[in-house]
Ligand binder design. Sequence first.
Ligand code: IDP
Ligand code: MG
Length: 149
Amino acid sequence: MEQTYVMVKPDGVQRGLVGDVISRIEKRGLKIVALRMNVIAEATAKEHYGEHAARPFFPSLIEFITSGPSVSMVVAGKDAVKVMRAVNGATNPVEAAPGTIRGDFALDVGRNIVHASDSPEAAAREIAIHFKDSEIGKYSRVDEVCLYE
Ligand code: IDP
Ligand code: MG
């Protein structure tokens, strides 16, 4: 089963949307195999968003992502990376389709509620930044016999 890294960013936590985000993930059939709430350290945030280090929005992005508690998850399932990107919607909420998290709950690209890895390689890198192997659960959901052919 493919794994991806998902974060409810500080805006999602402050707006009480953790439950909505988790509910959408679970109802889609994806399995949460690791979950934690914490304030992400500055060095961790910089490593996580390293690909954007030269972008003008990088300092404000790091300041925001470390500004309060966020919720980190490892989410598993068939094509989990691609499916989670679709569940989240376009980066800019103005472009995000209704029915996506960003399309239903957000307006500003700098306050777009959720993060999800954009490739299997990025997922492996981000999972390793935020979780130890021993923190990732291995279990079957009883509905997997209905979810998968
Ligand atoms: P993603 O979160 O959909 O993968 P990325 O392009 O990887 O989008 O950008 C990472 C995060 O940086 C975005 O989710 C958003 O919060 C922020 N961001 C991206 N582009 C801009 C921008 O032009 N202005 C402000 N923030 C931005
Ligand atoms: Mg990205």
